[in-house]
Structure formats: C-alpha cells, structure tokens
Design a protein around this ligand. Structure first.
Ligand code: SF4
Ligand code: SF4
Length: 617
C-alpha cells in the first residue's frame, strides 16, 4: 500500500532538507528528533547521513513522559508548560537519571515548597540532558541543528538544548510531521522518475492506501514470537492476503527484505573468500587420519587472515588440522562465560571457539602469540593489538583450561622480521613437540607459499570487481575493518551479506584491494597498527574511485579502531563513511536502518536519481 519504501531516517533527513531549502537555504548537519514514544539522532555530512542512533526500547525521556508529568502537575502541556518553564529563574536540577525514577522525585519537591515553574523547567532540562547522554552519547553535534518531532513544540525543551550546548537550535515549521513530509517527497520523486508502472506521469496511479483508510478492511492480531528467547510481542496487520508485522527485534523472521530494483553486478566476494579459506576444512566428506594427532585452530581472530599459513604449516608437520564451528549462539555464550576479564567481543568469542575445540576432543589447540605483521614500510611499526597478542596467555588462565594447559600450543612469532626469524621461532616451537628442524623449515616455506597464493587469488578477484564497477559506472561499498570483524558473520550479524542480498549492493572487502605500495604518511606518519595501515591504504583507494564508498565494521571497546577511524575520511579524500559497531547483541534492525540511510544518501537505493543526475550532466 505504498508508492515507495524508505527508512525513517532518510524520510526525516529529506523532510528537514526540504524545509531548510524553503526556509533559510542552510541545510541541517544535525537532527534531534524526539517524538511521543521514541527519539533519534541523525548526523549529516555533505548531504549524507553519516551517523544515526535512537533511544533504547523505553519511552522515558520522550514526549509522552512530559505529557504525563504535566497532567500530574495539573498544567497544560500545550503552551502552559513551556510558558511556565521559560519564566523560571531557578530550574530545579532533577539530574539525568532515567526519567522514570525522576518522576518519583516531583512530589517531595512540591511538598518542600518548590515552585511549579522551577520544576517544569527542571523537567525540560532533564529531557534534554537525558537525550544528550543516553541517545547522542558523545557523537559529534554540528552547528546547524534541527529539533523536530512532537516534543519540539515545547519551546522550553528547545531552550534547554540551546543553553546546555550553547548553540542555536532551529525548530522548523511542521516539526511534528517532518518525517511524513520527507516520505511524501520521496514517493513523489519516485513517481516522477517513472518507476513502478508504465504510464505517463499524469496517468500514474498512486498505490497509497492511506487516503481512504476508513474504507480499508484490515484485521489486527497480536502474538508472542516463539522464535528465540527474546519472545517478542508481534502485531500482525492483515489486509486481504497481505500481512505486515511489527514488534520484531530481529529482521530475519517477519520482515520482508528491503525492496531493491538492483542486483549486484560483481560476484559474491565473501562467498568466494569463505570457500577459499575454509572450504577444505568444512568439506562434508573430509576424513581425518586416525594415526595422526589432531590440532584445533579456533575459527576466530587472526585465523580469518592467516589460516592458509597455519593450516599448511601444521598439516605439513604431520597433524590433522580441524577448526572450531562457525560462530553460533553456543560459542558466543561459551565465550562470555569463559573470559576472566572484560575484553572486546572478538576476544570473548575466541574463548568460546577454544572451548568448542576442547569439546571436539582435539589433542592440542593452536593459539600463537603473534606480535606483528609483514610490512613494506619498515620505518613504521606494524603491531597487532595487545589483546590479540596476549590472547593465548589469557585463554591459558581461564577456568576451562585448568589442568589441561599443556594442550595449548603458543609459539611467539614476529612476521615483520621476515622468513628467517619466523623459521627460527617455529623451529624452537617445533622442538617442544620433538620435530626435526629441517622439517619445520620446509613446512614454513610451504606455509608462506599457501598464504601468498590465497592473497593473490583475492587480489585477482578484487581487480576484476573494480574493473566491472568502473566499466559499468556502478556504485560499490568497500568494507573496511579487521578480518575477524568483517568475515565472522556471527560478529557482524551477516550485515555484509545482507547489504548484497537485501539491497543489491556491490560489496568489496578491503583485502581484495591492491594496497601494495600505497603510502599513508600524508594521513598519519606513524600508523604503527598493522590493520590501521591497511585500513587507511584501502581508504585511499576508495578516495581515488568516485563510485566507491566505505562501511567500517568495528566493535565497542576497540581502542585501536577508535583511533584509526579518525583518519579514514582524510585518507578517502573527504568521503564520509558509515561506522557500524558490533557488541554481540543479536538485533540487526538498527544496523540495517543505518545502512539503508547511508546507502540512500550515497545513491544506492534511489539509483534512478543518480541516473537522472548523470543524464543532466
Ligand atoms: S528476535 Fe526474532 S526470532 Fe527472536 S522472538 Fe523476536 S522476532 Fe522471534
Ligand atoms: S584490535 Fe580491537 S577488536 Fe581487535 S583485539 Fe584489539 S581491541 Fe579487540
């Protein structure tokens, strides 16, 4: 029943931009949106949505809360509330705790003789502070701030924002329906572009059902989804044979895939890499030699980069090599239960993978202590993160390894120092297993060959993909980040795959790009993180191709990434990028909304608009 399907972020941004163009010509770079039930924050750079967030699943701190409090105080929310609040000389500090608790404080204040105007002014401040601390949470706030949504009718909340931030707050006209204005504009744009049906513009008939809603025969049903332990309360709206669902925390079960008229024009590089990396280990007919000892490698962390090397090395030494299962709920829970500290999610997961291998009954588990990586730029370090380096020691002290510490194989390796150093380090390690030095040396050389063959294959596919996109003048997204974040679908909720499947995006992971020889000193002269250098080198390639854009996949608590991210825009020649931070939670809806808004800004979803612009040029 709609002429177009768009995410609400794009709708809000489109509406706000339209109003700004009509009003002042000064488009917003920041949108605060506080509605009756939820609130959102949108950050815009060069007309592109670069960040977006919304409040958690509670309505505290939104318009409905203010309305309830006004009712309790016996004042009108329309007009009177703001009038009283703005007349206050001493707003009461109600703090920035959850507004539900704050509510309990109101009566004692009144009993102690607090003035109503000071109390309502305090409430307005609380809404603003809560929003800034619980929704914006330190994100960048620009200088052209639009405050929209129903709560923006309340001038005292706008004034509270202006005072706290010491910035001008613009409440645009029609602030309560800006998102609806945006949605209408998007529908109009799509109709004008001639998509959706064959008739001329005058003949085109809108499929929007909302004009005659009272005549539509619909049925509503509520039920609890038994799909997983979230037990979501689902609302089903049925019109004829068509069903629409609301209330799901995941987008797998009930939501229709986002509509896209586009199909990717490059092959699925994720599937290609997965087969190349894991194919032989995951083969159904794979048989292990019962006369050999078995070494397990956790399918986590640097395994996503270095498996060709380690798999070959250990096989050549005469071991069966097995991997832990792909990340699943059980492994995730194992990881969370097994950690002894509070590291980032990938490190927790690695613990879960070790436990999975223990359950498989392997003889040894291989978790090397890799200090650094190869680099062409020997004047700058190429460290791996301390958490990654020391994982093997942390795992050793986790309760699951008690009494079986000897099962952990933990050679220390400096890949940066070259083949001879690596041979020596691994010969020393081999000695502990009674292995012959020359056998180890031969295994190392074969391991290097396997690794290089793997990387070459990726680069070849990447070159082909770049050529297709250039020849066809098509858009592509380069996914940057650490291999264990980009490729472990259990970490990133399969967002890279969904970009391709749901939105028809041409997705290129960063290790398919020819980064060799690319200098980054102009962006950062001392990028001592190995991944940091690669991420910035990849971003530089993106900067050279007008049709490429970046999504950065990372996770909370990643110190190195929070530093590296600051340089990505500069490296990519000023291109705003989308950053997705994963933390082990299973709801992908927020991530998909962010992706939709970003993809829309970059012309992936309303691709007809890009074509029109190209024709106009
Ligand atoms: S998260 Fe998805 S599968 Fe789980 S209960 Fe909710 S809707 Fe069902
Ligand atoms: S680089 Fe970040 S994600 Fe990787 S181990 Fe270190 S903190 Fe964790």
């Amino acid at each position: 029943g709609a002429d177009t399907i768009n995410d609400e972020i794009t709708a809000h941004k489109t509406g706000a931009t339209h109003v700004a163009d009509k009003l002042t010509g000064n488009r917003p770079d920041t949108i605060f949106e506080i509605g009756g039930q939820d609130s959102k924050f949108i950050s815009i750079k060069d007309d592109i949505v670069v960040d977006f967030t919304m409040n958690e699943a509670c309505a505290a701190g939104t318009g409905s809360f203010l309305e309830e409090q006004a009712e309790k105080l016996g004042i009108q929310i329309k007009g009177e509330f703001a009038q009283l609040a703005l007349s206050s000389k001493n707003p009461i500090r109600l703090g920035e705790r959850c507004t539900v608790f704050m509510e309990k404080d109101l009566n004692p204040y009144l009993q102690r003789g607090a003035k109503v105007e000071d109390l309502v002014a305090g409430l307005a401040y609380s809404i603003a502070t809560n929003y800034l601390n619980r929704v914006v949470r330190g994100r960048y706030i620009g200088n052209c701030i639009f405050f929209q949504g129903g709560t923006a009718y309340n001038d005292s909340v706008a004034a509270a924002f202006a005072t706290i931030l010491d910035k001008e707050i613009i409440v645009p006209p029609h602030n309560g329906v800006i998102g609806a204005i945006g949605a209408a504009l998007l529908a109009k744009e799509k109709m004008e572009a001639g998509l959706g049906n064959e008739q001329s513009y005058e003949e085109r008939i809108s499929t929007f059902r909302g004009y005659d809603l009272e005549k539509v025969d619909y049925r509503i049903r509520s039920f609890v989804c038994p799909g997983c332990s979230n037990h979501c309360d689902i609302q089903e709206v049925r019109i004829g044979d068509e069903r629409t669902y609301w209330g799901d925390k995941c987008s797998e079960r009930y939501r229709k895939q986002a509509k896209t008229d586009k199909k990717p024009i490059i092959p699925d590089l994720f599937a290609f890499r997965e087969e190349l990396l894991f194919g032989k280990y995951d083969a159904k007919d794979r048989k292990l030699d019962p006369n050999k000892k078995t070494i397990g490698i956790p399918r986590a962390m640097y395994t996503y980069d270095r498996l060709p090397f380690w798999g070959t090395f250990l096989s050549e030494l005469g071991f069966n090599v097995v991997l832990s299962e792909p990340t699943n709920k059980k492994i995730t829970n194992y990881g969370i239960d097994s950690v002894v500290a509070e590291p980032c999610f990938p490190i927790k997961l690695a613990h879960g993978h070790v436990r999975d291998l223990l359950e498989k009954g392997v003889d040894y588990i291989f978790v090397p202590n890799v200090i650094n990586a190869e680099t062409e730029f020997m004047n700058v370090n190429s460290h791996l993160c301390p958490w990654g380096q020391t994982l093997t020691f942390v795992v050793k002290h986790s309760p699951m390894m008690e009494g079986i510490e000897h099962k952990l194989l933990q050679p220390t390796i400096h890949f940066r120092d070259g083949r001879d150093t690596v041979v020596k380090e691994l010969q020393d390690f081999g000695k502990t297993l009674g292995l012959d030095r020359s056998k180890v040396e031969k295994a190392v050389d074969l391991a290097y060959k396997a690794q290089s063959k793997f990387q070459k294959a990726l680069l070849e596919e990447g070159q082909k993909a770049l050529k297709i996109l250039s020849d066809e003048d098509e858009l592509g997204i380069v996914i940057v980040g650490r291999a264990y974040n980009i490729y472990d679908m259990g970490v990133n909720l399969a967002i890279p795959r969904k970009l391709r499947d749901y939105y028809g995006v041409n997705v290129i992971p960063m290790d398919f790009l020819p980064i060799e020889g690319i200098e980054i000193v102009d962006v950062n002269s001392n990028m001592y993180w190995n991944y940091g250098r690669k991420i910035l080198q990849s971003s530089k390639i993106v900067g050279k191709y007008p049709n490429l854009h970046i999504i950065y996949i990372t996770n909370f608590k990643c110190g190195p990434d929070s530093y590296i991210k600051q340089f990505v825009t500069k490296a990519s020649n000023g291109k705003p990028f989308l950053s997705l931070q994963f933390d082990g939670h299973s709801n992908d809806a927020g991530f998909l909304t962010r992706c939709e808004a970003y993809l829309d800004s970059k012309g992936f979803l309303r691709w007809w608009k890009r074509q029109q612009q190209q024709i106009a040029v």
